[in-house]
Design a protein around this ligand. Structure first.
Ligand SMILES: Cc1cc2nc3c(=O)[nH]c(=O)nc-3n(C[C@H](O)[C@H](O)[C@H](O)COP(=O)(O)O)c2cc1C
Length: 170
C-alpha cells in the first residue's frame, strides 16, 4: 500500500466537555489524527481557516452556526496537499451542528476524489456522525467512503488503542 494521508480539522481553546467549559491545548480530532499518522507512518495535513473561529466557545458556536446557515466556504490558510500522491485518505473532523465545519467543505470541494478511498473519523459530544457521512458522499464524487469511526471528544484520551486499531484495519 502507498503512503496514506491523514487530513484533519480541529480547534484548540475553550470547548465543552461533559457539562463544563474547559481549555485544551490541542483539539480532540488533531490528537486522534496524530496518533493515526504516527501509527500508519502517514503524512498529516491540517485544514485551517484563514480567519479562525473565536477561542471563546460560545462565540465560536455562533460563528460556526452562522457559516453553516449561509453555506459559507471559509478560505484556507495552507495550500492544498497533492492528493495525487495518495489513494487512502483518513479524514478527521469534529461534528459541528450535525455536520462538518464549513472549512472542511472548502477543502473537500477543492480536491478531486476520483479513485480515492476516504476513511472518515469524527469526534463529537453526543451526536456521532450526524449527517457527516451523507454530506461527505455528496462533496466527494468518485470516492469510496470506507467504514468510519466516531469517538466522543471526552473519551479521546482513553481511546488511542481503539483509534489505531480502526486505522490499521481499514
Ligand atoms: C461550533 C461547534 C459545534 C458543535 N456541534 C456539535 C454537534 O452538533 N453535535 C455534537 O455531538 N457535538 C458538537 N460539538 C462538539 C464537538 O464536536 C467536539 O467537542 C469535538 O470533539 C471538537 O473537536 P476538536 O477538539 O478537534 O475541535 C460542537 C462543537 C463546536 C465548537
Amino acid at each position: 500500500m502507498t503512503k496514506a494521508l491523514v487530513v484533519c480539522y480541529s480547534r484548540a481553546g475553550e470547548n465543552y466537555f461533559a457539562g463544563a467549559l474547559r481549555r485544551i491545548e490541542k483539539g480532540n480530532t488533531l490528537t486522534a489524527a496524530e496518533w493515526i499518522a504516527a501509527d500508519l507512518g502517514a503524512d498529516l495535513y491540517q485544514i485551517e481557516q484563514e480567519v479562525p473561529y473565536a477561542d471563546d466557545y460560545n462565540t465560536c458556536i455562533q460563528q460556526a452556526q452562522q457559516d453553516q446557515r449561509r453555506k459559507a466556504r471559509p478560505r484556507l490558510k495552507q495550500p492544498l496537499p497533492d492528493l495525487g500522491l495518495y489513494t487512502d485518505i483518513y479524514l478527521g473532523t469534529p461534528n459541528y451542528w450535525g455536520t462538518m465545519p464549513m472549512a472542511v467543505f472548502t477543502f473537500l470541494e477543492s480536491c478531486s476524489w476520483q479513485g480515492k478511498r476516504i476513511h472518515p473519523f469524527c469526534t463529537h459530544e453526543g451526536s456521532g456522525f450526524g449527517r457527516i457521512l451523507e454530506d461527505l458522499k455528496k462533496a466527494c464524487p468518485g470516492a469510496e467512503i470506507c467504514p468510519g469511526l466516531a469517538v466522543q471528544g471526552t473519551q479521546i484520551p482513553a481511546s488511542k488503542d481503539k483509534i489505531c486499531r480502526w486505522a490499521e484495519q481499514q
